[in-house]
Design a binder for this molecule. Sequence first.
Ligand code: FPP
Length: 253
Amino acid sequence: MSVTQSLITLPPDLEPSKIPRHVAVIMDGNGRWAKKRGLPRILGHQRGVDTLKDLLRCCDDWGLEVLTAYAFSTENWGRPRPEVEFLMTLFERVLKHELKEMMEKNVRIRFVGDLTILPDSLQKEIAHAMDETSQNEGIQFNVATNYGSRQEILHACRAIALQVQQGKIEVGDINESLFESHLYTGGVINPDLLIRTSGEMRLSNFLLWQMAYGEMYVTHTLWPDFNRQEFHQALLNYQKRDRRFGKVNDSDN
Ligand code: FPP
């Protein structure tokens, strides 16, 4: 059964008031998925796009506000050149093909990361898609591209230091909300839940600041095989968590 044909409405065992507002995903395992089938790695990425499209539709159907996907890290430039070139072309092609559906579904797309070193044609397509969808009021879809959390934090530090140097703000004005506003994700609520596929238990330089109190869910499923049923399981697991944000529950007092 195709993922799009099943679980269209919120499954009855999920509590609507406890649906996470923001889910982030580390889409790991595309290469292994392809290798297992004797296919080139790039076909794993191609299939990964279908999974991501289905997940975005699902998040929209189930009432989430934000989906953030880790599409390309600052470290991914170290991959073989043909794979990097394939990914850049893939991002561009996906943006071109999917803009119509994003407009129909009222999706607001935003790219987070240092976009300045991406190929010019991709930068143009990104700017166009972000501009076209900027007034949409449906789900926000963040695509982390050439994203690295340490670099993001350094970038924010430099921007704030410059403002102090120019006398625009005082050192005492620097607080969490000012700092957050200088991150690539400025203005976006922090993720409630981060899902990582393929079994690895690490953040891999993704949303280090933003995930301070985010919940994590790791599945051994490879990204191209991740579907609504798996997402359903992740949300069931999330809804059982006791989110204390460093405090104690009233009942424990
Ligand atoms: C990690 O799997 C996956 C990536 C580095 C690329 C993910 C990108 C997409 C699915 C395309 C998204 C497109 C848009 C426009 C949002 P891996 O290659 O590290 O897998 P492995 O660990 O099995 O080698």
